[in-house]
Design a binder for this molecule. Sequence first.
Ligand code: HEC
Ligand code: HEC
Ligand code: HEC
Length: 410
Amino acid sequence: MKMNVNILKLSALCLALPLTANATQNDLVEQGKYLAKLGDCTACHTIDEGQANGGGLPFTTPFGIVYSTNISSNKEFGIGHYSLEDFTDAMRGGVAPKGNLYPAMPYTSYHLLTDQDIEALYRYFMSTKPVKQENRDNDLMFPTNIRMGLKAWNLVNHDSKVFEADADKSEKWNRGSYIVNGLGHCGECHTPRDAMFAMDQSRHFEGELIGGALASNITPKELNRQGWTKQDLDDVLRKGYSRKGTVFAGMYPVVFHSFSHLTNDDMSAVTSYLLDNDGEITAKSDTFNGHDKSDPGYDLYKGYCAGCHGIDGEGKPNVSPALIANATIDKAVPINTLSVMLNGVEEQRYSYTHGFYAMPSYRDTLSVKQLTELTNYIRKVWTKQPSDLTESQVQEWVDQIEDSIADAAH
Ligand code: HEC
Ligand code: HEC
Ligand code: HEC
């Protein structure tokens, strides 16, 4: 009898060991799955209606068109043959076994990741469904020495340093900074680029025009001036719409694929970091300066816009956002106000129950004079921004928007 118990105990112990090892493996894979959402890996590495992580999405860069690659666990076409070390080198240094990667792959942000998070991502990708899909060849378009050129680019422009916490800030703030600047790679759009196409960290988050819309200034100073509360940011990053307006252009997929999946704790860290404030923030009162019926902008607004946005800018639930308290119109540079008028906004769904209608494009309807009058009028009624923009200023912004659309299409 006694011996049996011991055998039982022993076999329980033998079972226990691999079981715990398995549990931590699974935990790592689960953790990696979450991190892959924060990093938006699958969205960039999957074509429309394609198999997840099979690659093939084109990116326009100053170096030419680059296609994302197969990062599924397939050993022949994907990254199934990668060691953890190979994966770490790709994430931190932008160096894959095949050579240097184009910075369309945001290793320029991912280098901040801890070893543990990189390992979790690695375990997760090794567990993904292998996709048998060959990579599109960039080298047909580029001289083969370009990957060597990237080595030189990295030497000058890339620092593969891991995240270092700022000792003067709270743990929460640091967690937010780690997410936003690392996996979130928010700076890849929101930080202006220098002549070498590298993020200019001296102008961190000050805004950059991409594909016809301004990835706006999201420094704490500007977000606080615009009157964002933590709840507003939580809403806009999680749901895509908030008291301060909706997301559109390049920001919509970020919310849809990535930040809508954040845990409450991580979202709270992100909003603390973005507003540089660990406490609560109360909403400021909304600006509504009243209408001026003698202003030529009044008739334009009433005729073209009020049907959806409401005569007093109150918006309509599930149709169109309010202009009262809207962050898009409360910006010194009105590029995004002009951008939505020129380009319109496609119908966007934010969840099963929420979405907004499309906004039509007025590119062929409104003249530069009318765009100027409307922009000035909107600012006059709903913001404290000066409303004396000139036609030549507006023409210049329109040209910048059109140029940036053309750049993205090449
Ligand atoms: C903004 C788009 C984008 C995002 C987001 C992105 N990637 Fe990439 N990735 C690319 C592109 C483009 C390439 C191809 C670069 C090249 O061929 O030089 C690439 C290449 C890679 C490679 C090299 C594969 C090979 O062919 O050897 C790996 C590994 C990789 N990505 C992993 C990831 C992981 C993991 C994430 C998420 C944490 C991620 N990527 C997020 C665009 C992206
Ligand atoms: C048919 C309805 C409709 C009309 C007409 C319309 N809009 Fe919009 N507008 C929308 C919708 C819907 C969105 C947001 C869509 C989204 O992000 O999902 C929007 C977004 C905007 C935004 C960005 C704010 C934000 O929070 O996303 C501005 C600014 C704007 N509209 C101004 C105007 C102006 C100025 C006019 C008149 C020239 C106008 N709109 C006419 C429906 C309309
Ligand atoms: C692919 C480019 C891109 C990336 C990556 C990106 N953004 Fe944006 N973001 C934009 C654009 C374009 C806008 C302006 C359109 C709008 O207001 O939705 C914007 C607007 C915003 C706004 C203002 C929304 C408003 O209503 O005024 C916030 C806040 C923001 N981004 C935060 C972030 C954070 C945090 C991240 C990282 C998780 C991020 N963005 C990553 C392109 C991007």
